[in-house]
Write a protein that binds this ligand. Structure first.
Ligand SMILES: [Zn+2]
Ligand SMILES: [Zn+2]
Length: 335
C-alpha cells in the first residue's frame, strides 16, 4: 500500500565473483514464518482455507465454484498472486552494469496454486481426479505465463513441510515466471547439449536405471527413478517417457500419467520415511524462443531428511549417504 520506495521493488543482482544471481525481495521478510524457527502463531486463520479468501490478493483463477462471486468459497482449486512476491510485474527498468555490478529489475510473476479447500490433505493423499485437476492448473498457469513479454523461464515448485521451506501448512504450489534463465537450468541445458550428439542423456538414464535397478515406479507414459549421481538420500526424478523439451507441450495421457505417478511415489516416500519434508519441482526448457530440442523436461523430488552444510555451500558438491540403488529398491518395494 502507498508509494513504494525503490528498495522495496524486488531486484535481481549478479554476484561479480561467482556470477550467481540472487533475488533481493525485502518485502518477503514480512511474511509469517519468513525466518527459520520463528514461531508461527497457530491461532492465526489460514489464508488459504475457504471463507478466508479476503486474506489473499484477488484471485487469478478458480475451479469448481458453481455461480458465486470471485473470492468467495465454493472453489475446488484456486490461483492467487503471492501476497509477498519475489517478483513483480510492476518492477520496471532495464538491466544495469556498473563497474563490477550487474542486475535487473525482478520483473515477473509469483503465483500460488492452492491445491484444494482441504487444509490437511497433502498431494500424496489427494484423489485421482483432484491430482489431474492440479496438473491441469500447473499446465494452464505455465502456458499463460510463458508467453508474457520478458519472461524467459517458468518454474513450478511445491514445498512440503516446514523444513522444506513451506511457510504455510495448507498444501499449495508456487509458480515463478522469471526474466532470466536461472543458473541450475542453464547448467543442465549446457551439459545436455554437449552430450546430445550421443543422444538425450535423460532418455539414456531411463534405460540405464532399468538395467541398474534404479527404477522406482512406472506407468504407460511416465517413469520414476533414482538418479545415478543422486545428491540426496531418496532423491527421485520423474520423467515423461516421450522425449520433449517443454512441460507446456505435455499431451493427453501424459498429463494423466503425471497425475498418477507423482502422488504414488509421494505415498511410498511418506510411508517409508514417515512423511518427510520435500521439495518437488518441474524443470523444463526456457520460454525465450530458442531451440532446446536436446533437452528433456522432468520433475525432481528431493526429500529433505539430511541437512546440507558448509561443504555443499563451499563446493556446490553434495555428499549423499544413501546409494541410489538401495534407495530405489526400498522405495519400489514400499510402493
Ligand atoms: Zn488452510
Ligand atoms: Zn530425452
Amino acid at each position: 500500500l502507498g508509494s513504494k520506495s525503490p528498495e522495496k521493488v524486488p531486484e535481481i543482482r549478479r554476484d561479480p565473483v561467482t556470477g550467481i544471481w540472487s533475488i533481493l525481495a525485502v518485502e518477503r521478510s514480512r511474511r509469517p514464518g519468513a525466518v527459520e524457527d520463528e514461531v508461527v502463531r497457530i491461532t492465526a486463520p489460514c489464508p488459504f482455507c475457504p471463507g478466508n479468501e479476503s486474506l489473499t490478493p484477488p484471485e487469478i483463477w478458480a475451479v469448481g465454484r458453481e455461480g458465486g462471486a470471485a473470492d468467495s468459497p465454493g472453489w475446488k482449486l484456486r490461483v492467487i498472486p503471492n501476497l509477498y512476491p519475489a517478483l513483480s510485474p510492476g518492477a520496471a527498468g532495464k538491466g544495469w552494469r556498473r563497474e563490477v555490478k550487474a542486475g535487473l529489475a525482478a520483473r515477473g510473476y509469483h503465483e500460488v496454486i492452492i491445491h484444494s479447500p482441504d487444509h490437511r490433505r497433502s498431494l500424496a493423499e489427494m484423489e485421482p481426479g483432484e491430482t489431474v485437476r492440479l496438473m491441469r492448473a500447473y499446465r494452464l498457469r505455465y502456458r499463460e505465463l510463458a508467453v508474457l513479454p520478458g519472461i524467459r523461464q517458468v518454474v513450478i515448485i511445491l514445498n512440503h513441510g516446514r523444513a522444506a521451506g513451506a511457510s504455510l501448512e495448507h498444501p499449495h504450489t508456487q509458480v515463478f515466471a522469471l526474466p532470466l534463465v536461472p543458473q541450475v537450468l542453464r547448467d543442465e541445458l549446457r551439459h545436455t547439449r554437449r552430450r546430445s550428439r550421443q543422444g538425450c542423456p535423460l532418455c539414456a538414464e531411463a534405460a540405464a536405471s532399468k538395467s541398474e535397478g534404479r527404477v522406482v515406479a512406472e506407468n504407460e507414459t511416465w517413469m520414476a527413478f533414482a538418479p545415478y549421481a543422486a545428491r540426496f538420500p531418496f532423491e527421485t526424478w520423474l520423467m515423461p517417457v516421450r522425449h520433449e523439451p517443454g512441460f507446456e507441450r505435455i499431451v493427453h495421457g501424459e498429463l494423466e500419467g503425471m497425475a498418477e505417478i507423482i502422488p504414488r511415489v509421494l505415498r511410498g516416500l511418506s510411508r517409508l520415511l514417515e512423511d518427510p519434508p520435500y521439495n518437488l519441482f518441474i524443470h523444463g526448457a526456457p520460454c525465450d524462443g530458442k531451440d532446446y530440442q536436446h533437452y528433456h523436461w522432468h520433475v525432481e523430488l528431493i526429500p529433505r531428511i539430511t541437512r546440507g552444510a558448509g561443504f555443499e555451500l563451499s563446493t556446490g558438491m553434495y555428499i549423499n549417504i544413501t546409494s541410489p540403488e538401495e534407495a530405489a529398491k526400498q522405495l519400489r518395494e514400499t510402493i
